[in-house]
Design a protein around this ligand. Structure first.
Ligand code: SF4
Length: 327
């Protein structure tokens, strides 16, 4: 199916998540950490949308708000046309099987006191899927589909390597046959030598089960490999979104250009001619973002209006959106 024919699976509109900062015994609100500050995008069925940015830019919070693990401050999220934010607890619970998350650190996300079998079957039990021997068979089949031995059901997470633990986490995430999975830095905690294996597994599962991914990562080389389209996030906002090929060949936003200029190129001739854009200064605090463009304090092209006016999020050509006054 070409990208034009794919239906929209998930729609995010003006999504915000502000964490209040409180003070004193009465917990008076004195400010807010604007972790996600008005982001909008669609994810098409069967595609992988990469969400990239430096750590602390709000991408993981965005993932959690989309899945309603955190309540949003403003905006909308709809899944297959259904507004997730209007659902009550029970209706949201019924939607859960369709949307899952794979976490960064398998060490933290797997209960060390539970066997692998009970970890993987937990969502099946919670949603009343399969009984007795059928459930056991399903768990073993899931282990096999993530490249692990069926016999491992009675073992504990500590008996496995980081890569194997992430495979167990993936088996658990696909147990209820979801359509949409948010992969939150799924390989960041793993040894470099096994990162590619886990990425390949996620790609194989996508093909086999027609999965749709939101792939959150700070690793631009890996995102280039796996994503159909890429959204670049800076200090709570998305600054550029387009297909992978366009983003990596002709990035338009100064922040995207700076990020990509730091990614090594495998061709030595091009590597020698590569121009690096060095960003000075630290990322400002999301509790106190600069007025106007959030990137203005570090942007090599910033001009007067950048410090006063927030740039509009607009489409510069079909399927390519940028938020910058100069683009
Ligand atoms: Fe830089 Fe101004 Fe564009 Fe922001 S709006 S990215 S500060 S040029």
């Amino acid at each position: 199916m070409s990208s034009e024919e794919r239906p929209v699976l998930l729609k995010v509109e003006g999504l915000k998540k502000h964490f209040p900062i409180t003070k004193g015994v009465f917990r008076r609100q004195v400010g807010a950490v604007k972790a996600v500050d008005g982001i909008s995008f669609d994810i098409l069925k069967g595609e992988t949308l990469g969400l990239v940015g430096e750590s602390g830019c709000g991408k993981s919070t965005a993932g959690r708000v989309i899945l309603q693990l955190y309540s949003a401050t403003a905006g909308n999220v709809s899944f297959k046309g259904q507004d997730l934010m209007s659902l009550n607890k029970e209706d949201l619970r019924k939607q859960r099987p369709h949307m899952q998350m794979i976490f960064q650190d398998p060490q933290d996300s797997l209960n060390p006191r539970m066997t692998v079998g009970s970890i993987i079957s937990e969502p099946l039990v919670e949603h009343g899927k399969f009984k007795g021997s059928e459930r056991r068979e399903r768990v073993e089949q899931l282990l096999e589909s993530v490249g692990m031995n069926r016999e491992f059901t009675n073992r504990y997470p500590h008996e496995f390597s980081g890569g194997q633990r992430q495979r167990i986490g993936i088996a658990r995430a696909i147990a209820l046959s979801p359509e949409f999975i948010i992969c939150d830095e799924p390989i960041a905690a793993l040894d470099v030598s096994i990162q590619a294996q886990v990425v390949n597994l996620l790609e194989d599962l996508q093909e086999e089960y027609g999965l749709t991914y939101l792939f959150i990562s700070h690793d631009l080389s890996m995102i280039r490999h796996i994503a159909d389209r890429v959204a670049v996030m800076y200090l709570g906002r998305i600054v550029e979104l387009t297909d992978s090929e366009t983003l990596y060949s002709t990035p338009q936003h100064p922040y995207t250009q700076a990020l990509l200029s730091a990614v090594p190129i495998h061709d030595p001739k091009h590597e020698m001619n590569r121009e690096r854009v060095i960003l000075t200064g630290d990322v400002p605090s999301p509790a106190n973002p600069p007025p106007g463009c959030h990137f203005s304090t570090r942007c090599p092209r910033a001009e007067k209006r950048c410090f006063e006016e927030s740039p509009e999020w607009r489409e510069i050509e079909p399927g390519h959106q940028v938020a910058c006054h100069l683009v």
